[in-house]
Design a protein around this ligand. Structure first.
Ligand code: SF4
Length: 423
């Protein structure tokens, strides 16, 4: 089984420096793209590979690039790596940032070449201090080797790369809020359209891609679109970094083909549930996705299969709920995070999330009323898709609405017994 993204990552040593990375084939993607391919050819291969955005949206990466207007060669364009990984339970990009920063930088150089961007930023989560240090070193090495700067590989293509560390706001993972933050403004999402591909950073065409997405690019350029599609046995191409946190024997991250089932991930890779703990449910794509339960264990972790089961693949970093953990407390904890991270721009989210959090806390503390369950159901509608300015609030409603669907008896028990049965 090929693991292109993680093949050179080892926990026993620091990440490869530029020379060692080049020794195992690193930067061949840059050579191939810049010396032997036109930007349009690079874009076409990526589009044909069907690499879908690994940050959660799942949109075809090459198609996203194709929206950048290419008719004016002198037009300023930007490429941004979204490394603001802040969702609870998500730590897959951190593995790539700390484990092989040159792979990301190479992917960014090729991607910038495809859209003819001459400036690239890595927007990094503030807490990723080790990643920041390693990225700075790797960027310096890439400049020294002539992979960044002016006239890369004597091609006439120029690229400046900057590392920007955020201040620790979850909303900066939303690409237009990220753009505002990078411009030094309040980090609130922007109205779309115009989309960033047309009017992004400083009003110029901009592509924002996730770290895992960009790290795939060198391999696709080196080995081709068909190779990438063949990595997976199903309709979604490539491998995926899947993560598991919760009461399993071996929580962690694994690079596996798309279409791996939830059961395989938990039982084969995470070593099963810990002794004495039973599986009750899972947020398959991270904190902002709907719970799936035991009947969904054989669902394949790809975009369509998870959606058909009623949730989203999201980041692919799963959080498991076990039978020793109170579902109400679990969801309250998530809603506390989302309420804290609301940017405050639109009323339903700014007011609704703290209200939701308070209702959940009162239920958890044994002070809830049966009417509160209807109120919570109402909130999931008022903050559902299309009711708020961005996807933060609808995402926050996903674990809540599905917990009311699958674990309603637990909510009712809190209310009837006037206490948390887990305490
Ligand atoms: S939904 Fe929340 S995070 Fe998004 S714009 Fe509205 S207030 Fe801000």
């Amino acid at each position: 089984m090929e693991m292109p993204l993680t093949q050179h990552i080892s926990f026993n040593r620091p990440p490869l420096n530029l020379n060692d990375y080049a020794h195992v084939g690193g930067y061949q993607g840059v050579h191939r793209a810049i010396k032997a391919m036109t930007p349009q050819e690079v874009m076409t291969v990526v589009q044909e590979s069907d690499l879908k955005g690994r940050g959660g949206a799942g949109f075809n990466t090459g198609t996203k690039w194709s929206f950048v207007p290419m008719n004016d060669a002198k037009q300023t364009k930007y490429l941004i790596a979204n490394a603001d990984e802040m969702e609870p339970g998500a730590f897959k990009d951190r593995l790539l940032l700390e484990g092989n920063p040159h792979q990301l930088i190479e992917g960014m150089i090729v991607s910038a070449y495809a859209i003819q961007a001459n400036t690239a930023y890595i927007f990094l989560r503030w807490a990723y201090k080790k990643a920041a240090r390693l990225l700075r070193q790797a960027i310096d090495e890439a400049y020294a080797a002539g992979y960044l700067g002016n006239n890369i590989l004597s091609s006439g293509f120029n690229l400046e790369m900057h590392l920007h560390t955020g201040v620790g706001r979850y909303i900066c993972g939303e690409e237009t809020a990220l753009l505002n933050a990078l411009e030094g403004k309040r980090a609130t999402p922007r109205t779309k359209p115009p989309f960033p591909q047309v009017s992004g950073l400083f009003g110029k065409p901009t592509i924002v891609n996730n770290v895992e997405t960009l790290s795939n690019i060198p391999h696709i350029i080196n080995k081709g679109a068909d190779w990438f599609k063949d990595l997976s046995p199903g309709a979604d191409a490539g491998t995926k970094l899947y993560g598991i946190s919760g009461k399993v024997n071996k929580p962690g991250i694994w690079e596996l083909p798309m279409h791996t089932t939830i059961r395989q991930l938990i039982e084969e890779h995470a070593g099963g549930m810990k002794d004495g703990f039973k599986f009750r449910g899972v947020l398959p794509g991270g904190a902002s996705t709907d719970f799936l339960i035991e009947e969904h264990l054989d669902v394949k972790m790809d975009y369509k299969s998870v959606a058909a089961a009623g949730s989203r693949l999201g980041t692919g970093t799963m959080i498991i709920l076990d039978d020793h953990t109170c579902p109400v407390g679990f969801v309250h904890n998530l809603e506390h995070f989302f309420a804290q991270e609301s940017c405050g721009w639109c009323t339903p989210c700014r007011e609704g999330l703290p209200w939701t959090e308070k209702i959940l806390l009162s239920i958890e503390n044994g002070q809830g009323r049966m009417e509160d369950l209807e109120l919570l159901e109402m909130h999931t509608k008022y903050m559902g898709p299309g009711s708020t300015f961005c996807a933060l609030a609808p995402g926050a409603m996903e674990p809540l609405q599905s917990s009311l669907k699958y674990f309603k008896a637990d909510f009712e028990k809190h209310i009837n017994e006037k206490k948390c049965p887990w305490r």
